[in-house]
Design a protein around this ligand. Sequence first.
Ligand SMILES: Nc1ncnc2c1ncn2[C@@H]1O[C@H](COP(=O)(O)OP(=O)(O)O)[C@@H](O)[C@H]1O
Ligand SMILES: [Mg+2]
Length: 260
Amino acid sequence: MTPNVPLIAVERVGKRYPSSSGPVEAIADVSLTVGEGEFCTIIGPSGCGKSTLLGMLAGLVPCDSGRVLVAGAPVTGPDPRRVATVFQDPGLFPWRTALENVEFGLELQGVPRDRRRQVATDLLAPLGLARFADKYPRELSGGMRQRVAIGRALAIDTAILLMDEPFGALDEQTRVLMGEWLLDIWRRTRKTVVFVTHSLHEALALSSRVIVMTARPGRIKSVLELPQPYPRAMESADLVSLRAKLWGEIREESMRSMER
Ligand SMILES: Nc1ncnc2c1ncn2[C@@H]1O[C@H](COP(=O)(O)OP(=O)(O)O)[C@@H](O)[C@H]1O
Ligand SMILES: [Mg+2]
């Protein structure tokens, strides 16, 4: 890739959705770039357009204005060779085992059976699922199911991983552990991650950059660079003060979105 071209460039994008009471302006004039290997987190009140923005990066939501570029080329639709997506709902196939779910994307890509079985089997150990290869989703805990979903996204080995509140349905302890686990995966694979969360802890523990969005229509309110090394000492003075700063900004926007 040419240096100087950011892996992801969002240029002045906007989106309105039709609704019975007239168009809803979901996001307005959002521009940002994400460099290769970054862990970029988007945080903001409910309904501010985070999923819309992520959907635009994934090529699932068309922009009304502006454009999204990946490696310099405009995004016109989903590109499963480049971008994998994980949502809050793991969306597993109940009739497939953990291993078969992880294999799914490779199957779509026409990877031969032996090869995809090998890739998926190799992934299960770092996913902490080596002993659960033959279990069905109903036999797994929520955290395990979400790891299978992440495994399915990792198996296709894209440069970009988009995650929309992937741990949002998990209890707090599981979330913290899953965050540590994801951090480990990210540091080993050096993927570019764009991560949406409501959790200040996740944002501060995981990200190299945090983007705070305003209440709807979502715009970029502020950008926080986090050069602190990993794993982060969350009780250290600088992280505690960053947390207070971030909370101040999110609180202001959440109040605005509650007042409408
Ligand atoms: N497909 C859709 N049709 C109509 N309105 C939508 C659609 N998707 C999202 N919206 C509206 O756009 C706004 C932003 O939604 P969303 O991107 O899901 O926000 P977030 O992920 O930050 O909660 C919300 O007001 C939501 O109701
Ligand atoms: Mg959302």
